[in-house]
Design a protein around this ligand. Structure first.
Ligand SMILES: [Zn+2]
Length: 199
């Protein structure tokens, strides 16, 4: 018997597994059924789930999706970011982009290879990952967990992160222009940009 031979995984190790399996992670964070609780406990114990467990959960998700139209917000949900980018597009920005911290988030065109997706790049142009039409962040392989975590944080509350960025840098996250009048500087975001993104 191998009692307690393996050390408990760190929070980062668990998060890394979740990023590789965002649909499962999303479900574990959201589901209230006891199977989800036991799978969550197992993930926290061992840092991963077996292929059989993953398949069982995917079957449940599939069933739930057939019967339940709406999902609650959860820790991997980039829906707020997606909604803001779509709103900006509807409000006339052909290529909406948000620059927050060192990240640049753009919206894939409706006729692109990934309609409905968002792309996340470093401001130097390095591709870091995408947000799927199901609003989950999928990082490139090998992306540092800490970077992924910060991108997920932006997805959860893009307005707050945009305002923080604007206050810290003096630059509007939406249009990358210098905030000039005192009201905008105080707000951390340009008022026209803010309304264009539906905020
Ligand atoms: Zn602006």
């Amino acid at each position: 018997m191998n009692f307690r031979r393996r050390p408990r995984p760190t929070a980062d190790e668990i998060f890394k597994w979740e990023l590789e399996n965002p649909d499962i992670a999303e479900w574990l964070h959201r589901s209230k059924i006891s199977f989800a609780q036991s799978m969550k406990a197992r993930l926290e114990e061992s840092g991963s789930l077996t292929d059989n467990m993953v398949m069982a959960i995917r079957r449940i998700i599939e069933k739930e999706n057939q019967s339940k139209p709406k999902q609650e917000a959860h820790s991997f949900d980039m829906a707020k970011l997606k909604a803001a980018m779509d709103k900006a597009f509807q409000n006339g920005l052909a290529r909406p982009a948000l620059s927050i911290d060192e990240f640049v988030i753009t919206r894939a065109g409706d006729r692109s290879a990934n309609p409905g997706a968002l792309y996340v790049k470093h401001r130097d142009g390095t591709y870091l990952g995408k947000v799927t039409p199901g609003n989950l962040f999928v990082p490139i392989q090998g992306l540092a967990t800490e970077i992924s975590r910060r991108i997920v944080e932006i997805g959860k509350d893009p307005l707050t992160r945009a305002i923080e960025h604007g206050k810290r840098t003096g630059i509007c996250s939406c249009c990358r222009r210098l905030l000039t009048n005192s009201e905008s500087i105080e707000a951390g975001i340009g008022p026209i940009c803010r309304s264009k993104f539906g905020w």
